[in-house]
Write a protein that binds this ligand. Structure first.
Ligand SMILES: [Zn+2]
Length: 192
């Protein structure tokens, strides 16, 4: 397993997996898509559309080699997120997640985002090291998750997506500037 940085797992991929990764990434909305800035709505009722969405998100996250994905990244403004904080960790899907408490220390660490050019942009983000979240599972069960380490970081990253917040909003002005420069479309220089 490669190094995990926020939402992105960086590792050498063979050509076929890389092609699948690119296909999955093509379905993930990219900055500056305005939908990434909107607040998602609560899910009123868990029906087939929600379970179908979770399955699609799980597939895309896995193919894109991400460790987390939120519905707005697919252009769907519903409060649904998925994550898997490591290959040995369980796949998790949270509907209408809400923060009960955050704690521990503020820890700064590198994060990437599938909506910010996947591994193109890595910035340092400071977050509380522990979080308690309540949510509903896609089966309609009530969940309470006490997370720390990478899991706590991934959950907070995905929760931000549900509120239209991106890692470039949470990093230093210098890193934000560098990230935006990388994301700007490069001019194509033709013959003069
Ligand atoms: Zn992200």
């Amino acid at each position: 397993m490669g190094e995990v940085e926020g939402q992105v797992r960086s590792e050498e991929l063979d050509a076929e997996r890389e092609a699948r990764r690119q296909l999955a990434l093509a379905q993930v909305r990219q900055y500056p898509d305005p939908v990434l800035r909107l607040k998602a709505n609560d899910v009123e009722e868990i029906d087939d559309s929600v379970t179908g969405l979770v399955e699609r998100m799980k597939g895309l996250m896995t193919e894109a080699r991400g460790v987390g994905l939120a519905a707005p990244q697919l252009g769907i403004l519903r409060r649904v997120l998925v994550y898997q904080a490591g290959e040995e960790e369980p796949f998790m899907a949270l509907v209408n997640p809400r923060v009960v408490e955050t704690g521990g220390e503020q820890i700064a660490d590198d994060e990437g985002c599938l909506s910010l050019g996947a591994a193109t942009v890595i910035v340092e983000v400071e977050r509380p090291s522990t979080i308690v979240v309540e949510a509903t599972s896609p089966d309609g069960e009530e969940l309470r998750i006490e997370a720390e380490g990478l899991e706590a970081r991934v959950i907070q990253h995905e929760l931000d997506h549900l509120d239209g917040v991106l890692i470039i909003d949470r990093t230093s002005p210098e890193q934000r500037r560098e990230a935006l420069a990388k994301l700007r479309p490069q001019p194509v220089l033709g013959p003069t």
